[in-house]
Design a protein around this ligand. Sequence first.
Ligand SMILES: Cc1cc2nc3c(=O)[nH]c(=O)nc-3n(C[C@H](O)[C@H](O)[C@H](O)COP(=O)(O)OP(=O)(O)OC[C@H]3O[C@@H](n4cnc5c(N)ncnc54)[C@H](O)[C@@H]3O)c2cc1C
Length: 321
Amino acid sequence: MGKVFVFIEGLQDLKKGSLELLTAAKASGREVVAGLIGANVKGLAAKAAQYGAKTVFIADASTLAAYNPDTFAETLTVMIKESGADVVLGSSSSLTRDLFPRVAARLDSGVASDCTILQLTSGDVKARRPLYAGKCTAEVEFVGSPVKFVLMRPNQLPVGSPDSAATATNKDFSPPAGTGKITNKEVVKGTSTKTDLTEANVIVSGGRGMQNGENFKILEELANAIGATVGASRAVADAGWVPHSMQVGQTGKTVAPSLYIAAGISGAIQHLAGMSGSKVIVAINKDADAPIFQKATYGLVGDLFEIVPKMTEEFKKALHK
Ligand SMILES: Cc1cc2nc3c(=O)[nH]c(=O)nc-3n(C[C@H](O)[C@H](O)[C@H](O)COP(=O)(O)OP(=O)(O)OC[C@H]3O[C@@H](n4cnc5c(N)ncnc54)[C@H](O)[C@@H]3O)c2cc1C
């Protein structure tokens, strides 16, 4: 039975997507190895152990604080080789979408990316990924790939309970010195302190029905009341009302929250492609024939400028008594 390697993005805490993958890896009955690369990431090893990792490979160095494709790819390649794992799982993010193909190429292997269903057993791995803006899904199998790399969208798998008594063997790795062709000159971080859209459990999104960027403040108020992240349609990002980092959809971010509230969004196929994996969709639109209502779990036909503030008020009363 081959081992399974879970790559964990080194941040302040383990992302929910990493916990989902550790849970799935443990449930497969395979031996679970986790890999951590970053600066000050050592502390995360204990949590990885609680979710099923038996061994944690750690490359912890100040030079790994910012993502460098060469250094990260080289380090991860060495880790995977040493682990002997034949399946490598990662939670889809801009970092892993860049990193995994580089490492897979080094190991003469293939990557199934953007997957929403994972079938990991003791002897096999298959995955499903949406195609054609979510109109169908394709089953992905690996043929002649010594290592099988799967990138899962976050929020697709359950998270198990941690075993507080579980421990792992930690193995330290040093990043390769001076092999990279790329040097990071500057890292400009976004100012938002909210959970990233791709990780958010609740999202409130606005479309052209918001009329201007200033009006997004009523969505911010609703989002603050319910602990949500604010998203947007492409129409409003293109209009410059909000930054493109907030765009949900085919050419924006793919999200899968428990609750997605769409205000003043018509429900174009390209928008649906990015959010139709949401568990519950609430649409607010004054046009009863808007296509979004065909996807919505709950539809509110009316003026968003009346409905959204009322929702905020009611949520505040209910949640912050
Ligand atoms: C290649 C390609 C890629 C694309 N990628 C994306 C993408 O990633 N994401 C994306 O979102 N789009 C994408 N688009 C654009 C997409 O086709 C739509 O144009 C866009 O999603 C429309 O945005 P919208 O719903 O905000 O605006 P509209 O379609 O104009 O809808 C506005 C809605 O607001 C409602 N409304 C107006 N006033 C109110 C009110 N007071 N109260 C309640 N409701 C109100 C209207 O009834 C209407 O339904 C892409 C298009 C192409 C061609």
